[in-house]
Design a protein around this ligand. Sequence first.
Ligand SMILES: Cc1cc2nc3c(=O)[nH]c(=O)nc-3n(C[C@H](O)[C@H](O)[C@H](O)COP(=O)(O)OP(=O)(O)OC[C@H]3O[C@@H](n4cnc5c(N)ncnc54)[C@H](O)[C@@H]3O)c2cc1C
Length: 324
Amino acid sequence: MTLPKEYGGHGRSALERYVVVEETLAAGAPVGYHWVADRQSGLMVARLGTEAQKKSIIPAITSGEACFAIGMSEPNSGSDLASVKSKAEKVADGWLLNGTKIWTSNAHNATHMIALFRTDFSPDAKHKGLSQFLIDMKTVRGITPRPIRDLTGRGHFNEVSFVDVLLPPDALLGREGDGWNQVTAELAYERSGPERYLSCFLLLSELIKVLDGKASPSALAKIGAELAWAATLRNMSLSVAGMLNEGKDPSLQASVVKDLGCHFEQRLPGLAQELVAMEPTLSDSGIDYQQVLGNLMLLAPSFSLRGGTLEILRGIIARGLGVR
Ligand SMILES: Cc1cc2nc3c(=O)[nH]c(=O)nc-3n(C[C@H](O)[C@H](O)[C@H](O)COP(=O)(O)OP(=O)(O)OC[C@H]3O[C@@H](n4cnc5c(N)ncnc54)[C@H](O)[C@@H]3O)c2cc1C
């Protein structure tokens, strides 16, 4: 929605996009395939890409054909992202990539990946030696995604190996050596949306449906308290979208919303079990409430890891408040 009209986007504001994203998440709509491209990769290409990159990639995103993956984390570099070791070496006909990325959501379906690689190997270039690459997963050779099963038994994220992957010279996204600054800006898109408190909202509405007319006063008080949390988080999250709209950097505010939003989301499966004596399930046999609960009980533990762990977010908040 927010991508430029000249490349097929709608040129809408971050606040208009917020309204649509909020509705799709609250309804539990299947949004995974286009999620990363719409939330961050398309914006990165629009901001940093060459004219040729914009003309080839953005129309594929706006037409719904492109599916993006985020290649940041590595087996020994998660929270300490600046320590990534996967290498991109400049060679005569482009860039030669070797290394491994991990937890890469949707890499097995993705047509493209924006990935962070080390381009300067000198010991004092920890932050300055990183660059981002725009990778066409379907045309280059040597990239192998291997799905990793999560607690639900599904393989939504992957370990992705890069063995002698040759990229054309124009695969560099933005400036060589500016990858750290670029990735930090990208994380602000990743951490600021309504998905950071709405992942379990469907459970809350299913719970209210199941309790309809049968809730005790104390159950009503508990649900009321969570709805008050939801309303407060919504206002906070909306004000982050407002900051993005004004071109401000919402890293600190987005971290506060993700931290509080994550606690809210992770509380809801426990509350549902406390208030309703109905077994969770992963099969299609139960009613919607049981299926939503079954899935979220197994997915919720990962909410405090994905997009940056709570400890890392608190470090950002402490620095932003000047206490660290
Ligand atoms: C569902 C899911 C989807 C994901 N999708 C993607 C994706 O698409 N692309 C991608 O690149 N990554 C993805 N990730 C990876 C995610 O970003 C990392 O898991 C996260 O950044 C943590 O890194 P780690 O797993 O290496 O843990 P570690 O960094 O090893 O952390 C382990 C523990 O130590 C704590 N810790 C680490 N450093 C510090 C510190 N300095 N101070 C205090 N505590 C600290 C952490 O908070 C955590 O509790 C995904 C993760 C999940 C769970």
